[in-house]
Ligand binder design. Structure first.
Ligand SMILES: Nc1ncnc2c1ncn2[C@@H]1O[C@H](COP(=O)(O)OP(=O)(O)OP(=O)(O)O)[C@@H](O)[C@H]1O
Ligand SMILES: [Mg+2]
Length: 259
C-alpha cells in the first residue's frame, strides 16, 4: 500500500513539476518575445497583458486535468465497492417482522455444520446444547474448536447441514431474521470501527438514540472515562484503521446500545 501510494505520489509530483515548469517557462518566453514586440512598437502593452492573462488561465486549467484523472480513478474504485454491496442478494425472509417478546431460551439439537467454502471440514458434529433464558454461560475450547461458529449459527449467518437451533421453542427458520438479530448483541473477536465520529459508531445500531442513551451505553462499557478526556468528546473523529484499542472498546459498547 505504502509502495503504491509512494509511486502514485512520485508520478503526480513529476507531472505537476512538469506542468509548472512548462507553465512558467511559457510565460517567461511569451513575456520576453512580447516585450521585444512592444519595444519595437508592433504590439501595445494592453495586448501583451491580456495575452499573458489568457495563457495563464488556459495553462492552469490544463494542469488541473491530471488531478481530475486521478480523482476519477479513485471514484471508480470506491463506487465498485459500493456497487458490490448494493448488488448483494438479500437473505430470504421466511416470515414478516412481528414484534413478539423474546425470552431467550436457546437449544441446539444435533447440529452438524461445515462452512460452505470448506465443505470437507466438519466444524460442528452433532452438537446439542441448552441455554436457559437469563443464564450466563461461557464456551471454552482451543482455538478453532468452533466457538465463534456456534454464535454465527445462532444469528443464522449460515444454513445448518443437519439438526436444528431453536430460540424460545421456535426453529431459527421460523424467525424473522431482523427480529431475531435485533435481540442479539455481539462483540466480535475482530474489532471494527467505522470512519466517523465516536457518536456515530456507538449509535450505529440505533441511529435515533439520544445523547443521554449514548453516554449511558459508553458508561456501561467503561469507555466513558476516556471518551470524556478527548477534547471533542463524542464528536472525536475516527479515521478507519486507527488504534485498535479504541476500536475494541467502542465496538463493545456499540453492542450495548441495543439493549
Ligand atoms: N468463514 C470460514 N470459512 C471456512 N472455515 C472457517 C471459517 N471460519 C472459521 N472456519 C474454520 O472453522 C473452525 C472453527 O472456527 P471458529 O472461528 O468457530 O473457532 P473458535 O473456537 O472461535 O476459535 P478461536 O478461539 O480462535 O476464536 C476452524 O477450523 C476455522 O478454520
Ligand atoms: Mg472465535
Amino acid at each position: 500500500m505504502v509502495h503504491v501510494a509512494l509511486r502514485a505520489a512520485g508520478f503526480r509530483g513529476a507531472f505537476i513539476s512538469f506542468i509548472i515548469f512548462a507553465l512558467f517557462g511559457g510565460i517567461v518566453a511569451v513575456m520576453w518575445y512580447g516585450a521585444s514586440l512592444v519595444a519595437s512598437g508592433a504590439m501595445s502593452v494592453g495586448d501583451l497583458v491580456s495575452f499573458v492573462l489568457y495563457t495563464t488561465f488556459i495553462g492552469g486549467s490544463i494542469a488541473g486535468l491530471g488531478d481530475i484523472y486521478g480523482q476519477l480513478q479513485k471514484a471508480i474504485g470506491s463506487s465498485e465497492r459500493v456497487l458490490e454491496i448494493l448488488e448483494e442478494t438479500p437473505e430470504a425472509l421466511a416470515t414478516a417482522y412481528e414484534a413478539v417478546p423474546l425470552k431467550g431460551d436457546i437449544a441446539f439439537k444435533d447440529v452438524q455444520f461445515a462452512y460452505p467454502t470448506r465443505k470437507e471440514v466438519t466444524v460442528l458434529k452433532s452438537l446439542s446444547l441448552r441455554i436457559g433464558a437469563g443464564e450466563k454461560i461461557a464456551l471454552a475450547g482451543h482455538s478453532g474448536a468452533g466457538k465463534s461458529t456456534i454464535i454465527q449459527l445462532l444469528m443464522r449467518f449460515y444454513p445448518l447441514d443437519k439438526g436444528s437451533i431453536q430460540v424460545d421453542g421456535r426453529s431459527l427458520e421460523e424467525w424473522n431474521l431482523a427480529q431475531l438479530r435485533s435481540h442479539i448483541g455481539i462483540v466480535p473477536q475482530e474489532v471494527l470501527l467505522f470512519g466517523g465520529s465516536i457518536r456515530e459508531n456507538i449509535a450505529y445500531a440505533r441511529p435515533e438514540a439520544t445523547e443521554e442513551e449514548i453516554i449511558q451505553a459508553a458508561k456501561k462499557a467503561n469507555a466513558w472515562q476516556f471518551i470524556e478526556k478527548f477534547p471533542e468528546g463524542l464528536d472525536t473523529w475516527w479515521e478507519s484503521g486507527a488504534s485498535s484499542f479504541l476500536a475494541g472498546s467502542v465496538s463493545a459498547l456499540r453492542s450495548r446500545v441495543r439493549f
